[in-house]
Ligand binder design. Structure first.
Ligand code: URA
Length: 428
């Protein structure tokens, strides 16, 4: 086959800050998937994009080229509208676990294709896999059946969904080209558009524990992704939410499932409840469903818990089995009276990761019981000698390095430091 372009010419165009044409973009991704373009050429292109950016047309075309590299799912046979949520990732971010059942209990189906954690942020599939018997990998038919029967399904994306993104993301990870707004946007949105949801709410996290460290960067990412989604016919909106302080009171796989069950039982930490309800309302509204169901109500009356039990059981999970616990625990006590004046999301995330809750490389195995609980929330009063944190791990030799990350990340003082509001902004 004669190729219409030479790889180096297209790379040079982006290097020289020129706009890539639609046909150059389509060809570049397709030729990469045919192994006509080598890994080093795609790496060079990713770096050129990271340094010189892309305009809106180029980003949308690049996203479509990812989508066209694989399958597109179709839920039109379901007799209910669909809505999904994507979080850009944070520490203690277990929101998907209560959120999917809440939205389903309000009458809107949630097809959630989730990922695993890498680095200090946790992954939804790792959390759910701490439930004995639960299976992340489903065939398309199984996925449809769980969604049809239970109203929500949370499972791993098949390798046929945006395979170009899968390969390019792995390459970006090792070539320092992850932090590019056009490439992050295309990567996230290609998977969500190919997943076939009709409505999408993006939870773009801001702060030390998130990808985006400041509000301006997060707003640019959110605006770009909202435009890509709406262009593709997916009713998309975004919330910018705080990740300077970790969410809830736990970080770690089984620990976060336990906390999610508290929320589904009508209790749980107030920030997790507020964010779950706020995102659920956005998803219901974006779906266009004529529902009057109230997300707060389905948490109180047990309907969301009923969906959870059905959904977990349908994927082989034993809802009556005890969640795994770590072999060792270590408490950190308060050295003085005051309030918990600082609690840094990144420090908690890194400490939890070092305890064994996360992975450094894709092939690492995570510990189901590892992680951190904080017994006092940000800004709450503390008395000397009170238990502040409990660290959980199967491997005691991990404690010193975890404490090294955690200790500088909190402080007891007379007054809490300023922090971001939980919901910072809404982008439609
Ligand atoms: N998550 C993704 O799926 N892709 C990115 O590029 C970054 C975060």
């Amino acid at each position: 086959m004669t190729e219409p372009f030479a790889p180096a010419e297209v790379i040079a165009a982006k290097r020289d800050r020129l706009e890539l044409s639609d046909s150059q973009i389509d060809w570049f991704i397709d030729a990469y998937m045919r192994n006509v373009i080598a890994e080093e050429q795609m790496s060079a292109m990713a770096m050129a994009v990271l340094l010189n950016g892309m305009n809106r047309r180029e980003i949308v075309r690049w996203t479509n080229a990812y989508i066209n590299s694989g399958d597109r799912m179709d839920w039109s046979k379901l007799n209910r509208p669909t809505a999904d949520k994507h979080s850009t990732g944070g520490v203690g971010d277990k929101i998907t676990l209560p959120l999917a059942p809440v939205v389903a209990a309000c009458g809107v189906s949630v097809p959630q294709l989730s990922g695993r954690g890498l680095g200090h942020t946790g992954g939804t599939l790792d959390k759910l896999e701490s439930i004995p018997g639960w299976r992340a990998k489903l065939s398309n038919e199984e996925m449809f059946d769980v969604l049809d029967k239970c109203g929500a399904v949370i499972c791993a994306a098949s390798e046929h969904l945006a395979p170009a993104d899968r390969r390019i993301y792995a390459l970006r990870d090792v070539t320092a080209t992850v932090e590019s707004i056009p490439l992050i946007s295309a990567s996230i949105m290609s998977k969500k558009i190919a997943e076939g949801t009709k409505a999408l709410v993006l939870d773009v996290k801001v702060g030390s524990g998130a990808f985006m460290k400041n509000v301006e960067q997060a707003r640019e990412l959110a605006t770009t992704m909202v435009a890509i989604g709406n262009d593709a016919g997916v009713n998309t909106r975004a919330l910018l939410t705080a990740m300077d302080v970790p969410l809830g009171r736990t970080a770690g796989n089984a620990l976060e499932v336990r906390e999610s069950l508290e929320v589904l039982a009508g209790g749980g930490p107030s920030d997790v409840v507020e964010l779950t309800i706020t995102l659920a309302r956005e998803m219901l509204d974006a779906s266009g469903a004529p529902t009057t169901a109230d997300p707060a109500e389905v948490l109180k009356n047990g309907k969301a818990m009923d969906v959870w039990n059905a959904m977990i059981s349908a994927q082989g999970g034993d809802i009556n089995a005890a969640l795994p616990t770590a072999k060792h625990t270590h408490d950190v006590l308060a050295e003085s009276d005051g309030v918990l004046a600082r609690l840094d999301a990144l420090s908690v995330g890194v400490a939890s990761w070092r305890l064994g809750a996360g992975r450094a490389r894709k092939e690492d195995v995570v510990q189901a019981g590892a992680g951190i609980e904080w017994h006092v929330g940000f800004g709450e009063p503390v008395t000397q000698g009170q238990k502040l944190f409990t660290l959980h791990t199967d491997d005691e030799s991990r404690l010193p390095l975890a404490l090294e990350a955690l200790i500088p990340g909190f402080a007891i003082g007379q007054k809490a430091t300023d922090r971001l509001p939980l919901i910072i902004d809404r982008i439609v």
